[in-house]
Design a protein around this ligand. Structure first.
Ligand code: ADP
Length: 261
């Protein structure tokens, strides 16, 4: 839950800048079900600021005003209950795929055999080859493969909240669609709440149960749209008239916001 959250960077200094103002929303924790919330808006409206506030990362955390709550408790900093996937691949260059995916459990003190078995399962689950890719280093992987590693690294810790900041922004369109379908499959399995920041209206409407549309800076949530859940493959669903209608509606709203700026 975000309650009246405002973030002013460099608060009290001459270069103070208010990135988001009075942001309010609640995402219910429905047992056995996770919600997929996509956040869309003009660039610089504070989407990443919101995501990083939920992650508890500085300097976004703490908010200047208002509260960021998980299960009713104010966030104090980063925690294993919240996992984050960024656009730029965040694996360790000097660790193999296996050691990258097993990193989180290693930090938690899980014995080697157990964490490696778990990592192998997740590596397979995100569509990488246990036989061929396990001992590869990040520089030996394509962008899509590196994002698969990043997703496996996050999901192995079973976070209740998954925060994704433009995770597929650097991928080519076909890889992007197959990653979207993979994400839908995985998300059904882990039943977490996902916050997904994207510039792509199609991606937001496809992946989201809900889409938050943000205003120009300082960003606030202008509109909350309930959209159809992704229960068919991306290629199929994105061709349907109803899907297109929603995309055009949002596109017009964003174009209007850009004109107002
Ligand atoms: P979005 O993700 O929607 O593109 P951001 O949340 O990254 O937007 O940024 C919102 C605004 O806050 C931008 O104008 C950006 O320049 C500013 N901003 C982001 N991080 C910082 C920071 N650490 N210090 C000062 N200003 C920042």
């Amino acid at each position: 839950a975000l309650r009246h959250v405002t973030k002013t960077y460099n608060y009290g200094e001459p270069n103070a800048f208010t990135a988001i103002r009075d942001v309010n929303f609640v995402v219910e924790d429905i047992p056995g079900e996770g919600e997929f919330v996509a956040i869309l808006g003009p660039s610089g409206c504070g989407k990443s600021t919101i995501l990083r506030l939920i992650a508890g990362l500085e300097p976004q955390h703490p908010p200047t005003e208002g509260d960021v709550l998980v299960k009713g408790q104010p966030i104090k900093g980063p925690g294993a209950d919240r996992g984050m996937v960024f656009q730029d691949y965040t694996s360790f260059d000097h660790r193999s795929v296996l050691d990258n995916v097993a990193f989180g459990p290693e930090c938690e003190g899980v014995p080697r055999k157990q964490r490696e078995a778990d990592a192998e399962r997740w590596i397979a689950r995100v569509g990488l080859s246990v036989e061929n890719d396990l001992q590869k280093y990040p520089h030996e992987l394509s962008g899509g493969m590196r994002q698969r590693v990043a997703i496996a690294r996050t999901l192995i810790l079973r976070p209740q909240i998954i925060l994704m900041d433009e995770p597929f922004g650097a991928l080519d369109p076909m890889t992007r669609m197959s990653m979207q379908d993979l994400l839908v499959d995985l998300w059904r399995e882990v039943q977490a709440t996902v916050f997904f920041v994207t510039h792509s209206i199609e991606e937001a409407v496809y992946l989201g149960d809900r889409v938050y549309l943000m205003s120009n800076s300082p960003g606030t949530i202008l509109e909350e749209l309930e959209v159809e859940p992704p229960n068919r493959p991306a290629l199929e669903m994105q061709r349907e008239p109803k899907f297109q209608e929603t995309v055009f509606y949002i596109r017009d709203r964003i174009a209007q916001l850009e004109r107002e700026r």
